[in-house]
Each structure stands twice: as structure tokens, then as C-alpha cells.
Design a protein around this ligand. Structure first.
Ligand code: NAP
Ligand code: GDD
Length: 348
């Protein structure tokens, strides 16, 4: 009999990549999707719907009764908890909902494993995050680094990380944390900064818009590809013992540098001038799009700043490399080109 996995957050970016990888390993996937007023919330996973090993049920991480029943009926081998209110800036606007889904949602799942006596059967993966670290100056962050989040999202995820460890230690549940740094792809949500920049730049060269508005350009992130990071999730949950692992590329770029990479790939050289809210990026050179030379294609708007931001995130994934034999295969330039080509096809 094939193994069975329940994935929460199936309709999200990682939901697709993880399902695709599990199905290729002949593992049955049951995804949880919440009810939406439009049917197209499954756009990312529509290509998987015809796979006999793939199914989707409607439910919500706020509903303990639903989660408990689903876990009781299916007695899964694996649960991957990917569902979350995952947007850091939005978590300042809806902090209570963020806590309910990200923190309490996690304990709802863990407690369903415990109360259904599945501690010896069901392995649990928690989608933990580098956002839990907070501002640690410019250190490379690993499993021992201090956790001092600076957002309601980070705080909710720290609760989930801790409760996952507590259920592992108290009830002997195979419960593990992947502490994943930012990972992107063509399927990244449109309001995260990488996809926003890519879509904005493609829209500019296609004459659909004239500039992109961004917030903190100084912010530095360690960006990888979601496919590589979902491979790591599987290695973590299938490892011989439950443990916590940092997953990162260990390389960093600022938002400003990411913008330059995107415009360069499209055939434009850009220069940032000015300071603070008056900073802009101007096109300095382009054989392909001469009409854009001297145009301001990036502006700063204070509405995209957060009350508190994490300014620098750089991982150290040595433990995963050593123990899980995991390493990322896709570098930032390949990521950028894949994202751009996808949006060049998508945007008319
Ligand atoms: P995402 O694209 O935002 O997907 C989040 C998923 O959670 C979506 O399927 C969403 O459903 C679902 N969801 C939200 N609230 C829910 C609720 N109340 N009940 C059931 N489902 C709900 O996020 P992602 O990038 O794939 O990330 C996956 C997980 O990894 C998240 O937990 C995120 O916090 C964490 N993480 C992500 C990164 C990263 O860089 N991507 C890094 C570290 C950790 P809808 O489609 O209906 O919105
Ligand atoms: N979203 C967004 N929009 N971010 C901007 C913008 C903008 O217009 N301008 C600058 N930024 C900066 C943010 O202030 C932040 O410092 C950085 O770009 C990255 O922002 P996001 O792409 O929104 O990602 P994030 O780092 O806040 O959170 C993502 O990564 C976490 C892992 O570290 C999310 O995927 C989280 O769910 C994930 O846990």
C-alpha cells in the first residue's frame, strides 16, 4: 500500500511543489483547501487534479473538529503543515487571525495526532521560518541562533516551532521543523517582493505600466527556489529521527540588487539615485527598449514599509548539507530567469 500524506496549504506555492514531488514518489496526497468565493484558488494545483493519487478536501485550519476527523479517518503517514497567513506585512494588520491559524492551527493538528493515538504512525512537518530569527546583525543563522521575531507572523511561527518541539519531546511524536529561508518561484504570490518586482518589470517592458512602487530597498534576503526547498521538507520528514533543520542558500542579495538582476535580464541597465522616500531607479542604458532610457521605473512608497522589518537574513544550512545530504540546485540567476520567462508568457 502506498503511503499517505496530508498537506495543509495545498493551494499555496509550496503546496504545488511538495505535492508534485510526493506524487512522483508514489505517495498519496490529500490536500486541505479552504472555501473561497471564486473557484480559481486552485490554479497552482490544477495540473495535478487528474492524478489518481491526488485529492483535495475543503476545510480550514481554524476548525479543530474538521482536522480531527480528517486525521482520524485517514490515519496519514505524514502531515505537512504548510497552511498559514504567510504575509509578514499583513500580519501587522490581522495579528489575531495570524496567531489563530499559524500558532493555534499547528497545535490543533499536533493534538489531533496525539488524541487519535497516532503518535507512532503519523510524522509531522512544521513549516517554520527564518522570520523567527529577528534582527541578529549580519550573522549567518543556524539552528542555534537566537529567536527574537519582529512581526506578529514571526511570533506566531515561533509558537508553532516551539509547540512542535514540545509535542516531540512530551509525546514522542515524530514532529520536525524545517526552518526555511525565503524561497520563490514563478508560482510565488504576487505581493511578495520578488514576484512583485518580476511582474512589475515585465509589465513595464510590455508597456502595461510605467513604474513599480516598493518599500524597504535595503532589506537583504537569502533567496532560494521553492522546488529545492520542498525537496528538503521531504528529506527532513523521512530522516531516521525527528529534528530541526535550517534550509537556505547561504547567499544574500538586497532588494535593490534583486531589482537590478531582473531589469538586466530583460535588457535594461538601471541606477538608483536619491535617498529614503525620494529614492528612484532610472534606466541608464537599453538597446532593446530605448524609449525607457531616463525613465523612473522604481519609486519608493511608504505604504510598503512595515512597522518593524527584518533587515538582514542569511542562513547557514551546513547541518542539512551534512546530515540530509541536501543542497540547493537552482541559483538566484536561474530563479530570476525562470520567474521572468513565466511572467513574460503570462502577461500579454
Ligand atoms: P502561501 O503561498 O502563502 O500559501 C499558504 C497556504 O495556506 C495557501 O494554500 C492558503 O490558502 C493556506 N491557508 C491560509 N490560511 C488558511 C486557513 N485558515 N485554513 C487553511 N488553509 C489556509 O505560502 P508558501 O510560500 O507556499 O509557504 C508555505 C508555508 O511555509 C507557510 O506556512 C509559510 O508561512 C511557510 N514559509 C514560507 C517561506 C517562503 O519563503 N515561501 C519561508 C519559510 C516558511 P489560500 O490559497 O486559500 O490563501
Ligand atoms: N512584500 C513586499 N512588498 N516586500 C517589500 C516591498 C514590497 O513592496 N518593498 C520592500 N520589501 C521588503 C520587505 O520589507 C522585506 O524586508 C523584504 O522585501 C522581503 O519581503 P517579502 O517578499 O514580503 O518576504 P518576507 O521576507 O517578509 O517573508 C517571506 O519569507 C519568510 C521567510 O523569511 C514570506 O514568504 C514568509 O511567509 C516567510 O516565512
Amino acid at each position: 500500500m502506498s503511503k499517505k500524506a496530508i498537506i495543509t496549504g495545498i493551494t499555496g506555492q509550496d503546496g504545488f511543489y511538495l505535492s508534485d514531488l510526493l506524487l512522483k514518489q508514489n505517495i498519496q496526497v490529500i490536500g486541505i483547501k479552504r472555501r473561497t468565493s471564486l473557484i480559481n484558488s486552485t490554479a497552482r494545483i490544477d495540473s495535478l487534479i487528474n492524478n489518481n493519487n491526488f485529492s483535495v478536501v475543503q476545510g480550514d485550519l481554524s476548525d479543530s473538529f474538521f482536522l480531527n476527523n480528517l486525521i482520524n479517518q485517514n490515519k496519514p503517514d505524514y502531515i505537512f503543515n504548510l497552511a498559514a497567513m504567510s504575509h509578514v506585512k499583513t500580519s501587522f494588520d490581522i495579528p489575531i487571525h495570524t496567531g489563530d491559524i499559524n500558532a493555534i492551527g499547528t497545535i490543533r493538528l499536533l493534538d489531533a495526532i496525539r488524541t487519535n493515538n497516532l503518535s507512532n504512525k503519523t510524522r509531522f512537518y512544521q513549516a517554520s521560518t527564518s522570520e523567527m530569527f529577528g534582527n541578529n546583525s549580519k550573522k549567518k543563522l543556524n539552528e542555534q541562533s537566537k529567536l527574537e521575531p519582529v512581526s506578529p507572523y514571526g511570533a506566531s511561527k515561533l509558537y508553532a516551532y516551539n509547540i512542535t518541539k514540545i509535542y516531540r519531546q512530551s509525546y514522542n511524536i515524530f514532529a520536525c521543523n524545517g526552518i526555511l529561508f525565503n524561497h520563490e518561484s514563478p508560482l510565488r504570490g504576487e505581493t511578495f517582493v520578488t514576484r512583485k518586482i518580476v511582474r512589475g518589470a515585465v509589465s513595464i517592458v510590455k508597456n502595461k505600466s510605467s513604474f513599480i512602487e516598493l518599500g524597504n530597498l535595503n532589506s537583504v534576503r537569502d533567496w532560494g527556489h521553492a522546488k529545492d526547498y520542498c525537496e528538503a521538507m521531504i528529506k527532513i520528514i523521512m530522516y531516521k529521527k525527528p529534528d530541526d533543520f535550517v534550509i537556505s542558500s547561504d547567499k544574500v542579495f538586497s532588494v535593490r540588487e534583486f531589482c537590478k538582476k531582473v531589469f538586466n535580464y530583460l535588457g535594461l541597465e538601471i541606477k538608483f539615485v536619491g535617498k529614503g522616500l525620494n529614492e528612484v531607479a532610472i534606466v541608464t542604458k537599453s538597446e532593446k527598449y530605448p524609449h525607457l532610457i531616463n525613465k523612473k521605473i522604481i519609486k519608493v512608497n511608504k505604504k510598503y514599509f512595515r512597522p518593524l522589518d527584518l533587515n538582514y537574513l542569511r542562513g547557514n544550512s551546513a547541518k542539512a548539507k551534512k546530515i540530509l545530504k541536501w543542497k540547493p540546485k537552482i541559483n538566484i540567476d536561474q530563479l530570476v530567469s525562470e520567474m521572468i520567462n513565466y511572467d513574460l508568457d503570462l502577461i500579454d
